[in-house]
Design a protein around this ligand. Structure first.
Ligand code: ZN
Length: 58
């Protein structure tokens, strides 16, 4: 997704009161020209996610 789309998702998520999100689906964040920015964002809430993701805490 484009960086601005992730920002829009974050704004919408914040408007909902920032409910918890397990980030079940992520997409590579892209510059406007389509180059990857080097990180992913949750397609649900727009949170920026390190890539590769850290293993979940047990
Ligand atoms: Zn999320």
């Amino acid at each position: 997704m484009k960086f601005k789309d992730a920002a829009l998702l974050r704004a919408e998520w914040a408007a909902k009161g920032n409910p918890s999100c397990g980030h079940p689906h992520t997409a590579t964040v892209l510059f406007l020209d389509g180059r990857p920015m080097g990180f992913q964002a949750c397609t649900i809430c727009g949170a920026e996610i390190e890539w590769p993701p850290k293993p979940p805490k047990t």
